[in-house]
Design a protein around this ligand. Structure first.
Ligand SMILES: NC(=O)c1ccc[n+]([C@@H]2O[C@H](COP(=O)([O-])OP(=O)(O)OC[C@H]3O[C@@H](n4cnc5c(N)ncnc54)[C@H](O)[C@@H]3O)[C@@H](O)[C@H]2O)c1
Length: 277
């Protein structure tokens, strides 16, 4: 890569808030941004055992990276997050809306509640609160600060299930009656499809304010799911395997950097070809 091409991907000094930043993919997004010189702020409801002062954290995510506790479903908490970011760094350049309730149906023996007919309204509200309301609030509050400075990038993390319906045969468990067979919950499809709509809305709404907004729709990441599930899923994927956790880093880097300066309002599908079939 020549120097000018390299510069296109450079994020030196750019501050990136990543919601759900402590999760499986959040840490990958943070690593990608740090690798290009950016400063990841991992914003999560559970910071847990992660120690931003530790050498391991600094080596992986950079000297200036930090982790901040936030509940993205609460406007006051998101405002407090922004205030902390501005007081610490004086700017925010990138927002990666990554947090979501991510139900792992494939790991559960019997998830009767997941079925549409039984789906609890409390679960509907909880899933939409994180996936849609939370993404809206972060975009509204942090995006408004970007609009004020007339520059910024928002990346929404959707899913291959934003472009195709879940194939419920994947989640079937032997020995259960039809009414007890687990399914991918309806909220997952609703949240992820909604994010693609929100992406288009924000992209056009803030186009004149120097803010670009795009989505990524990742396919399933291999994370020690049961063998029978992996076997069934990979038959539906032309590349014949699930993704490695680090295989979305390049897309994050592309969409967060000036390399994608003429892209807004798009949904980049990275799914091993699954949605082609
Ligand atoms: N892992 C996959 O196979 C896959 C595939 C496609 C899309 N995705 C999407 O990628 C994103 C990340 O997935 P993941 O696998 O890393 O999930 P994950 O469960 O490991 O991470 C999600 C993070 O969001 C945080 N979170 C939940 N509620 C929150 C709240 N109210 N406020 C702040 N943070 C909150 C959690 O604490 C967690 O750390 C999700 O949007 C998911 O739907 C994942």
């Amino acid at each position: 890569m020549n120097n000018s091409a390299k510069n296109l991907f450079d994020l030196t000094g750019r501050v990136a808030v990543i919601t759900g930043g402590i999760g499986l993919l959040g840490q990958q997004h943070a690593e990608a941004i740090a690798g290009a010189g950016g400063i990841p702020v991992m914003a999560d409801i559970r910071i847990g055992s992660v120690d931003p002062q530790s050498t391991a954290f600094k080596e992986r995510f950079g000297e200036e990276a930090c982790a901040i506790e936030v509940d993205i479903t609460d406007p006051a908490s998101v405002k407090a997050l922004l205030a902390q970011v501005l007081s610490r760094y004086g700017r925010v350049d990138i927002l990666v809306n990554n947090a979501a309730n991510n139900p792992k149906m494939e790991n559960k023996a019997e998830v009767e509640f997941s079925r549409l007919e039984n789906f609890p309204i409390e679960q509907w509200e909880a899933d939409l609160a994180v996936g849609l309301k939370g993404t809206f609030l972060c975009s509204q509050i942090i995006g408004a600060e970007m609009a004020r400075r007339r520059q910024g990038v928002i990346v929404n993390i959707a899913s291959d299930l934003a472009v195709i319906a879940p194939d419920q045969r994947l989640y079937r468990k032997p020995g259960l009656t039809e009414e007890k067979q687990p399914v991918k919950p309806v909220t997952y499809s609703v949240v992820k499809t909604g994010l693609v709509g929100l992406t288009r809305y924000l992209a056009t709404y803030w186009a004149d304010y120097g803010i670009r907004v795009n989505a990524i729709s990742p396919g399933g990441v291999y994370n020690n799911q049961p063998d029978d599930f992996v076997e069934r899923l990979t038959k539906l994927i032309p590349l014949r395997r699930m993704a490695n956790a680090n295989e979305y880093q390049a897309a994050i880097l592309f969409l967060c950097s000036d390399a994608s300066s003429y892209m807004t309002g798009t949904n980049v599908v990275i799914d091993g070809g699954r949605s082609c079939w």
